[in-house]
Every structure is written in C-alpha cells, then in structure tokens.
Design a protein around this ligand. Structure first.
Ligand code: PMP
Ligand code: GLU
Length: 397
C-alpha cells in the first residue's frame, strides 16, 4: 500500500500529555479503575457567568463567522486585561485571538521561522514546543537547565546558546511541567541578553499566570523591559485561569507585523475561533475575577499536600513549585529499584499497570528520570493516588 504521510509529519511525535490523558480515559471507559493524573486541565467547571454569556450569544444569533483574528469586543477585553494585569499597553491590531494558546504558539512559529532557524527551548519544556518548531521548519536548540537553578534558564546559558540562526527564545512561566516561575531579576537578565542580539525574538507563554503563589508579583518581560516590546510576543488564553479548556480560546499580543502574519496564516487555515467561545472569553476577561482566587487557593492546597506526600514515598524527590498545577518529582531512585523498569517512560507504564495511576513520563518534557503528576483534581483523589503508589512500591523498598 502507498504511504501517503508526509516525511515531515513522520518526524513529529504525538503530544505525550494528550496521549496519557486519552489512555487513562480509554481504560476508565473499559471499566478499569484508573486515577488520571496525566491531564493538564482544571477539574473545576467553567464559572456560571461565563457560561451564561455563551448561552446569550447563541440566543442573540452570534453564531456567524467573526473577524479572523477575533471580535472587536474580545480584542478590547484582551487589551484591557494586558493593561490592568500585566501593565503593558497594546492596540487591537497587535492582538490575535486563536483556537487556544496552543494554536497561537503554532501560528507564531509558522509566522516567524524560516527553514533551519533556531528556537531556544529550555528544559524541562512543555511537550509541544519542539514538535511545533519542527512543523514550522525550524530547529530546536534544547538548553538543559539545572535543578540547582530551579530549572530556569540563566542569562549565561542563554548567551551561550544564541547564534546567528537564533530566531526565537521560548519562555514559559510558571512552567509546565516544573511549576517554577522566573523572578523579575531573572527575566530582566534574560531580556538584556536578548536585547543585545537584534535577530532574536522572545515568546512568553503566560498560560499559568493566574495559578501562581510565589512571593513576589509575577513579572512580565515586556513590562520590565519596554525596549523589548518590538521583539516580544505574549501568549496567553482562558483555558487554565477560567477552567475553559474545551472552549479553545487563546491569544497573542506582539508587534503589528508579526500579528498580521499570524492573522494571514489563520485566514488560510482555521479562520476565526468559535464565535460563542469568544463571547464567553469576553465575559471571562471583563467579568468578576474572584473565581481566579478560589481556584488558585485550591491548587495551592493541593500542591502543598502532594509535594509533601510525594516526598514521603520511597524513591521520590519533589521540590515545591510556585505555580501551575503539576508536581514534577525526580524518580531515578524508583527506577533503580524496580526490576524491568529502565526509565521514566517504563515507570509511567508500570505505575499505570501496578498502581492504576496515570502520570506523564519526564522524557517528552526533555527531563529523563522525572514524572509529571497533575494536581488539577481533588485532594481525596490525590490521597488515593499516593496511597496506591505507596502500596505498589512497598514490596520493592
Ligand atoms: N502552553 C502550555 C505551557 C500549556 O500547558 C498549555 C496547555 N495545553 C498550552 C500552552 C495551551 O493551552 P490552550 O491551547 O488550551 O489554550
Ligand atoms: N497543556 C496540558 C498538558 O500539558 C493539556 C494537554 C496539551 O495540550 O498538551 O497536559
């Protein structure tokens, strides 16, 4: 039979986070008793006032195509949000709304990467950045960070990684999967390195900005270094903050020419994001914001519980994060102890089969020897998962 799949696509890996979530869901459907800690999505329901805005949009007939890059109302809400929360000033023509932040990032990569251009991606990274780079024709330059620096890229590492081919530096703070966030001083140091290299853009993936409990306010690189504005693209969305993963609304703010290029790509691919979801996202950004605090408080409690409980498990070493909803323990000591388990990928399978707990291995995040557990689920579920892992590991320690 002919093989019609394009060579480039054959080199792309499917998303590991999605694969684990799908596998857990499939096992559950088949009647297996599985606790899924794979999915990176809030377990909360979308707040009622946001749902009401969507229902109203349907009733008012807002069911047609919108402008490719988003409704004027939503773009204005984003302009307002960026000013209010991030202290950065953008005009509507510097904003594009897409089908999730993931789509915004994909549009960005396709808009700015020429064949062979390099994208600097610090480890551990969100699983999709390298494969999106590949799909856009670029080359990932993976920079290993160290746990001693809280898994954060240092200015010296960045300086060393930049070449004449560097097009983009990808930052994500708070980070999926580590939960660590850059301080203002760290971001400023990185921004200053980027400023010294005029061929380099920076993208900051701020999707977890509202799930943050660090000591100092979360810093934004454009607010810190306004000179960088012409070379920075802010990526954000409503999925995580407002428990709206299924609505698929994300956005980017950046220099007009880059946003226009992204709009052109979108006009020839997906067109506008769902009109009803856009009305809901407008209500999310313009409406009451107390839901953010409620959810953040719950995530912090779960974080504190899970990090402590994991550290009590044999072979697990987990540092505290200051945001997002993932624990990312070092499990090399578990791997060493289990016969027939050679790495984190095999350990994740072992945990699924022997403890009935789905976690994502560290390797697809560029961090072998780790696993990611999502705590976007109730404390009771987390307690059950920890108990199961403990019971499964007991005979080996
Ligand atoms: N960036 C990071 C770091 C993420 O974890 C996610 C989660 N899917 C996204 C972007 C994309 O979010 P969405 O497409 O749901 O807006
Ligand atoms: N970002 C989430 C995660 O890391 C959702 C899945 C995905 O889009 O990768 O689990």
């Amino acid at each position: 039979m002919n093989d019609f799949v394009a060579d480039l696509v054959k080199r792309v890996k499917p998303s590991a986070t999605i694969a684990v979530s799908m596998k857990a869901a499939e096992l559950k459907r088949a009647g297996k008793d599985v606790i899924g800690l794979g999915a990176g999505e809030p377990d909360f329901d979308t707040p009622d006032h946001i749902k009401a805005a969507a229902i109203e949009a349907i009733q008012q007939g807002k069911t047609k195509y919108t402008a490719v890059d988003g409704t004027p109302e939503l773009k204005q809400a984003i302009v307002g949000k960026l000013l209010r929360e991030n202290h950065v000033s953008y005009q509507a023509n510097e904003i594009i709304v897409s089908c999730g932040a993931k789509h915004s990032i994909s549009n960005l990569f396709n808009a700015v990467i020429n064949p062979g251009d390099e994208v600097i991606i610090p480890t551990p990274y969100w699983v999709s950045y390298p494969d999106m780079t590949l799909l856009a024709g670029g080359k990932s330059v993976i920079v290993e960070t160290s746990i001693d620096h809280d898994f954060k890229l240092t200015a010296a590492q960045l300086e060393q990684a930049i070449t004449q081919k560097t097009r983009l530096v990808m930052l994500n703070s708070p980070s999926n999967p580590t939960g660590k966030a850059y301080t203002a001083a760290e971001l400023k140091a990185l921004g200053e390195v980027i400023l010294a290299h005029p061929q380099v853009l920076v993208a900051t993936d701020d999707i977890y900005e509202h799930i943050y409990w660090g000591q100092e306010p979360l810093a934004n690189i454009v607010a810190l270094l306004p000179e960088l504005r012409e070379r920075a693209i802010i990526i954000n969305g409503v999925s995580k903050a407002y428990a709206m993963t299924g609505w698929r609304i994300g956005y980017a703010a950046g220099p007009e020419a880059i946003i226009a290029a992204m709009r052109k790509i979108q006009s020839q691919s997906t067109s506008n994001p769902c009109s009803i979801s856009q009305a809901a996202a407008t209500a999310a950004l313009n409406g009451p914001q107390d839901c953010l605090t409620t959810m953040k408080t719950a995530f912090k409690q779960r974080h504190d519980y899970l990090v402590e409980a994991l550290n009590e498990l044999p072979g697990f070493t987990c540092t505290a994060g200051n945001g997002a909803f993932y624990a990312f323990p070092d499990v090399t000591a578990v791997i060493e102890q289990l016969d027939g388990v050679e790495d984190d990928v095999q350990l994740a399978t072992w945990l699924l089969e022997n403890a009935g707990v789905a976690v994502v291995p560290g390797t697809p995040f560029g961090a072998a020897g780790y696993v990611r557990l999502s705590f976007a689920t109730s404390i009771e579920t987390l307690q059950q998962a920890v108990k199961r892992i403990e019971t499964a590991l007991k005979p080996y320690f």
